[in-house]
Design a protein. Structure first.
Length: 193
């Protein structure tokens, strides 16, 4: 039997949206810390100076000359608050960048079964005879199964995910793996000791 499951469009769009949203938020925090808050502080300081000198009557004209709103900012942002904007921007940028890299590496992956070989999403060819077990705890509720294998002296596992990959082909591959394990286990049980 042959089956091929590609990464679904909804999965690709969802992960791309998340990474771009995180990067946009990082940009927002960076612009606040680098441009918006320092400009707001400049306006706040100027208004405070006019207030201390009891020249608030001159403030509207001064604000207009500088292209500022007439009402003063609500607060002054101290260095610690501005530094925190950069920290949040950095954190969101790193997470967004990592998510974008993950999306880029995953979006063209394929899960394929051809004959007696499973081609994992990472591109590894695993013979069905090398499959040693299935973790099915989350298969019914979430469509996630862990396929364990052992060949060429190494053990490994990969995940079948019917949300990330096309559902019907993923379920066909799952049935084929299950059938192979049942047949193999039945044959081992009937062998004389």
């Amino acid at each position: 039997m042959a089956a091929e499951a590609r990464v679904t469009t909804i999965w690709k769009n969802q992960k791309l949206f998340v990474s771009l949203a995180l990067l946009a938020m990082a940009g927002w925090f960076f612009v606040d810390g680098k441009v918006v808050w320092p400009r707001s502080n400049e306006r706040w300081k100027a208004h405070d100076q006019f207030e201390k000198e009891k020249r608030l009557g001159e403030w509207p004209a001064y604000a207009a000359d500088h292209g500022w709103k007439e009402e003063p900012p609500e607060k002054y942002y101290d260095a610690e608050q501005i530094f925190m904007q950069f920290m949040i921007a950095t954190m969101l940028g790193l997470i967004g960048g990592a998510t974008l890299i993950y999306w880029s590496n995953q979006r063209n992956r394929i899960l394929r079964l051809d004959g007696e070989t499973i081609h994992t999403p990472a591109g590894l060819a695993v013979p069905l005879t090398a499959v040693t077990g299935l973790g099915l705890k989350r298969w019914e509720s979430k469509g996630l199964a862990t396929v364990r294998y052992e060949f060429d002296g190494r053990k490994g596992e990969f995940v079948l995910d019917d949300y990330k990959f096309d559902r019907d082909p993923t379920h066909e591959i799952m049935k084929e793996i299950e059938g192979h394990l049942v047949t193999r286990n039945a044959g081992e049980a009937t062998r004389p000791a």
